[in-house]
Design a protein around this ligand. Sequence first.
Ligand code: NAD
Ligand code: AHE
Ligand code: ZN
Ligand code: ZN
Length: 378
Amino acid sequence: AQGKPIKCTAMVARGVNDMKEEEITVDVPKRGEVRVKVMANALCHTDIYTLEGSDPEGLFPCILGHEAGCIVESVGEGVTSVKPGDHVIPCYTPQCGETDCVFCMSEKTNLCPKIRGTQGAGVMPDGTSRFKDKDGETIYHFMGCSTMSEYTVLADISVAKISKDIALEKACLFGCGISTGLGAVWNTCKVEQGSSVAVFGLGAVGLAVIQGAKMAGATKIIAVDLNPSKFDMAKELGATHCVNPQDIDKPIQQHIAGDLTDWGVDYSFDCTGNTEVMRSALECAHRGWGESCVIGVAAAGHEISTRPFQLVTGRVWKGTAFGGFKSRRDVPRLVQRHLDGDLPIDHFITHRFDSVGETTKAVDALHSGCCLRAVVRY
Ligand code: NAD
Ligand code: AHE
Ligand code: ZN
Ligand code: ZN
């Protein structure tokens, strides 16, 4: 039997830094779509970046949010991979898995482009939105997820079914930042035992890079942040050196490549989104083979630069989206590793809130400088 539209509460971003709790209507899922009840949503810096107007693809009004734990409420025609009651993680990088998708068929990438065009335009794959405000006006989707709502609709290729043994208020973390940091190390750079690593920016993403590097057997892990309150956690997770660039009298890349190592680090990671930091990260990489991975998302109009000589002399500049994980296949595996005790994540949750409306408090927490992940339970 076909379901009905659901009235519920959501945070609607009406414009730059203008987000409020509103009553909205969430339409029934169409063919190939899934409607889910969002149980918990964690804020990622990318939500704030879009709310602040820095995303060249940002559209208003929209419902932000993309790091969530959900329960399937109903499914549209043709959906067989999940059923009502299943626990799922929304995945902004989908995995269509079709044999004619050269991206899904390749082990070199996770970037399935199947719905990327409509996702970037804030609509479902058929070109329309499932959200309306109380005046019947359309509200855009965001990153194919829009999880700052009690209910949302996703393409079925954008949900990863996970074990019911993990609490959704924890599992939500696997929807973006933590997976991204771990995957940048394990998949995108394939950091080896005995490697040296530098990590710029010690938010949840950068700290997950440190955790992943330690698990991969890196023996020198240099953590860099302007905010020294991040250093204790960095050390607990495996950082061997912590540096505040404001405390040294030379460019940070020279300090890393000259004082802390002989020729630079084997691998470096930008987890700030600042294009000057991306340059430092590239330039502190080892002559001849050092690889630098861009994870941070830069604001509209910002571009990276370096002397081409840096690349001529063997450094490699690369980047990652969702840590290279093929979402529907790999997110359940990450959850299982956590359940098996191999992948602790509780330390990333520094703040908890209890209703969609409290998302504004979570945004304030994220700005406070002492927040890794703020999880809002609905
Ligand atoms: P966050 O804001 O919690 O952490 C950023 C950290 O960088 C903070 O600790 C801050 O003090 C530090 N920082 C800022 N400027 C710095 C500078 N000049 N030098 C050194 N440190 C500096 O953010 P997060 O949630 O951890 O996300 C990190 C970045 O990764 C963001 O840009 C986010 O948009 C991006 N991101 C990308 C992906 C992807 O798939 N590529 C996934 C998730 C997040
Ligand atoms: N829309 C922006 C880019 C934003 C961006 O790069 N997003 C990352 C994920 S950030 C998660 O917190 C990403 O994976 N991008 C790949 C993609 O397909 O969006 C812009 O510059 O237009
Ligand atoms: Zn994110
Ligand atoms: Zn695909």
